[in-house]
Design a protein around this ligand. Structure first.
Ligand code: KG4
Ligand code: ZN
Length: 347
């Protein structure tokens, strides 16, 4: 089954064709990052406009690269939540139009679940049950994936997502948008032990995360240094921040895997591109005899191939939609509200 999927939840307009949820026939991404850079983060209205301009070209290009016509596609998948509402609406409206015009099934995909599915595109042997660690600009979550469409949340962030913490600290450190990548590069030249940063204790919820205190500590440290004309080494601070985030993510994921009896962890989301996170988690998994799956760097960030993969499994589970499908800025995922904060939001 060949699914054409569309992703437009933030600042990437993306379309892809994937066969049977696993084989990527095309994966086209038009990133707006360069344009949003001048504002220090994503400007929602601008993102919506660019999606409108790009979407037809991106979908046509995905079909061209897959060497297919729309007639040869079996279904249309689309990210419907969570994300920037205006941005999501462009993809959802376009996908509904395609499904209506062709009579093909329309399959709604939750963006967070899509991220987890990125690993299916690279690791044919990966199958539920496993533990997913999904870390992006808007989400930080540990979930037990008991079936392809069943995500049981074990822990999630109480405030900022890890990517948001990277981005806001990066901005305070005067790195350009997107900040996470620049912190990663700077961290490779720095000393991770140079600065002591706080590690929150989550009383009663050991697998939940909180990154807002860390963000505030970094911002306060920079402000204080400026006031007293003290030099802060950006590379050292970047390394200390990265070490902190990588340790928190790794320790909680490993502890959850042990407590819930999982021998497989799949990391995904934009922050899974972080070299410190990848290295620390890999070392810990090797030590504990846990198999770790990670996407290649290209599939860590937002793309439509991962949406097409999850769409395939949603379709098999009977999850389809009609023309009443609507975009949702936040969406319940197994019991709790998943509010979208967004990567590097310009506010
Ligand atoms: O998955 P994604 O593209 O969008 C959301 O769904 O939010 O994730 C974007 C996030 C941003 O916060 C970005 O700074 C972060 O992923 N990111 C990184 C790296 N590459 C992207 N964070 C740390 N290190 C990186 N190398
Ligand atoms: Zn994402």
């Amino acid at each position: 089954m060949r699914i054409l999927a569309i992703e437009s939840s933030c600042d990437e307009t993306a379309a892809a064709v994937v066969e049977d949820g696993r084989c990527v026939l095309s994966n086209v991404i038009a990133s707006q990052a360069e344009e949003h850079k001048q504002y220090g983060g994503v400007v929602p209205e601008l993102a919506s406009r660019r999606h409108c301009e790009n979407i037809l070209y991106v979908v046509e290009e995905a079909l061209r690269q897959a060497d297919m016509t729309l007639d040869e596609v079996d279904a249309i998948g689309v990210t419907f939540a969570p994300g920037l509402i205006g941005a999501l609406l462009v993809g959802v409206s376009f996908a509904k139009g395609l499904a209506l015009a062709t009579g093909k099934p329309l399959i709604p995909v939750h963006h967070t679940e899509g991220h987890a599915a990125a690993n299916y595109l690279l690791h044919p042997e990966l199958k539920p049950p496993y533990l997913a660690l999904i870390v992006s600009g808007g989400h930080t979550r540990i979930a037990a994936v008991t079936d392809y469409t069943v995500f049981e949340t074990i822990g999630r962030t109480r405030d900022d997502a890890a990517g948001e913490c990277f981005d806001k600290c990066a901005r305070a450190m005067s790195f350009p948008y997107p900040g996470g990548l620049h912190v990663d590069r700077a961290a490779q030249q720095g000393n991770p032990c140079a600065y002591t940063l706080p590690r929150p204790k989550m009383e009663g919820s050991p697998y939940d995360f909180s990154f807002s205190g860390l963000k505030t500590a970094v911002i306060n440290m920079l402000h204080h240094a400026e006031q007293v004309h003290e030099e802060i080494d950006r590379n050292d601070l970047a390394a200390s921040l990265q070490e902190n985030i990588a340790s928190v993510l790794t320790e909680k994921a490993i502890a959850a895997a042990k407590e819930y009896g999982y021998k497989t962890i799949a990391l995904s989301g934009g922050v899974s591109a972080n070299s410190g996170v990848r290295q620390k988690l890999l070392q810990a998994c090797e030590k504990e005899g846990i198999t770790l799956y990670m996407p290649t760097i290209e599939l860590c960030g937002d793309n439509a191939a991962m949406i097409a993969s999850q769409a395939y499994y949603n379709y098999l589970a009977g999850i389809t939609a009609d023309e009443s499908l609507n975009a949702m800025a936040s969406k319940e995922l197994h019991g709790e509200s998943v509010a979208f904060v967004g990567k590097g939001s310009s506010d």
